[in-house]
Design a protein around this ligand. Structure first.
Ligand code: NAD
Length: 339
């Protein structure tokens, strides 16, 4: 069967990771990526052999600094079966008419509103509902993290209500413009947008509050989930550990912070120290009656990457849910961080 031709519009934090992941799939072909600025990232893409596409009229800016351009963004769109739009939040919606014009499918990211596609995706929760769709939105990093844990708990015990406090990294490591220093910034109004975003994928009652913190290494969530059926701690841990995209770590082994989780990924040789898995502190899981409490961490730059790959397979109906998830996980060594 012909490989699915994929283009990445927006070769930034998420785009470059999805591009690398696409190149690891034997049923997909990376046709090219787009950049708006002729910087070192554009140069690295070309040196890796990835064709680079730029906005119309900007070709000379790239070529002036010796960066080879393969065409305009519209040229890229005209050559692919699907575009993964990883442009900054809000730009994806503006790009949608271009994808419609060329009759290509498109995946948008969590920075776009649910309404842009009318369908938001998480591989564990609704892979099958993405089948055959033209436009899909992969939810944000925090929402992906919440969904993975809530999916397992809901399946086992049926969630009656959930509440999460999200402690958010203020900026990505390479983001030298957006940093906040020596301050904590509560997200107002309350509740934050993350709860409604979860509900676009999984119908569970959840509210969230969020606080931005001056760190770049992962988000942390403090969760309280009340269930209909009485949970059992050991059973819950056993079930969570069956999911490769959930990594249970232990404070007893010294993984007591996001810094240490990232160090583990570095030591295990993960590219860009990416943690695709949702990290749950096993020792934090506490059950009291029908209430479950725990802490989890989300590596914002990486967690949505496998979701984008599975969204492509679902849209083109080329693999069943379990086959796609397994194939994606194997290609990215997801599940190999268990210690
Ligand atoms: P980014 O700023 O790192 O990268 C965006 C890229 O798009 C850059 O290369 C930029 O040059 C390019 N770009 C800008 N305007 C463009 C345009 N008009 N056309 C084409 N390309 C353009 O952004 P990011 O952090 O990768 O975020 C991308 C999307 O992924 C957003 O919707 C965001 O909300 C979502 N997301 C981000 C994270 C994260 O932690 N960074 C996590 C999950 C989801």
């Amino acid at each position: 069967m012909a490989r699915i031709k994929v283009g990445i519009n927006g070769y930034g934090t998420i785009g470059k990771r999805v591009a690398d992941a696409v190149m690891l799939q034997n049923d997909m072909e990376l046709v090219g990526v787009s950049k708006t600025r002729p910087d070192f990232i554009a140069r690295m893409a070309v040196s890796k052999g990835i064709p680079l596409y730029v906005p119309e009229g900007h070709e000379e800016r790239f070529e002036a600094v010796g960066i080879k351009v393969s065409g305009t963004i519209e040229d890229l769109v005209s050559k692919v079966d699907v575009i993964v739009d990883a442009t900054p939040g809000g730009i994806g919606a503006q790009n949608k008419p271009l994808y419609e014009k060329h009759n290509v499918r498109a995946i948008f990211q969590g920075g776009e509103k649910h309404d842009v596609t009318g369908f938001s995706f998480n591989a564990y929760v609704n892979y099958n509902e993405a089948k055959g769709r033209r436009f899909v939105r992969v939810v944000s990093c925090n929402t992906t993290g919440l969904l993975r844990a809530l999916y397992v708990i809901n399946d086992l015990y049926k969630i009656k209500e959930a509440f999460a406090v999200i402690v958010r990294r203020a900026a990505d490591p390479a983001d030298d413009k957006a940093g906040i220093i020596n301050t904590l910034e509560p997200s107002i109004p309350v509740p934050s947008h993350h709860g409604p975003d979860v509900r676009t994928v999984l119908d569970v009652p959840i509210e969230t509050m969020a606080i931005k913190t001056p760190t770049t290494l992962m988000h942390i969530h403090a969760l309280h989930v009340r269930t209909e059926k009485t949970p059992n701690r050991e059973k819950l841990i056993e079930e969570l550990s069956k999911y490769r995209r959930i990594l249970l770590v232990s404070k007893d082994l010294g993984i007591k912070s996001t810094a240490k989780a990232i160090e583990l990924a570095r030591d295990l040789g993960r590219k860009r120290y990416d943690i695709y898995e949702l990290v749950i502190w096993k020792d934090s899981i506490t059950v009291k009656g029908n209430d479950i409490y725990f802490y989890q961490a989300v590596h914002q730059e990486a967690i949505v990457v496998p979701e984008n790959i599975d969204a492509i397979r679902a849209m083109f109906e080329v693999a069943d849910k379990d086959d796609s998830i397994e194939k994606t996980d194997r290609s990215l060594s997801i599940g190999d961080m268990s210690i």
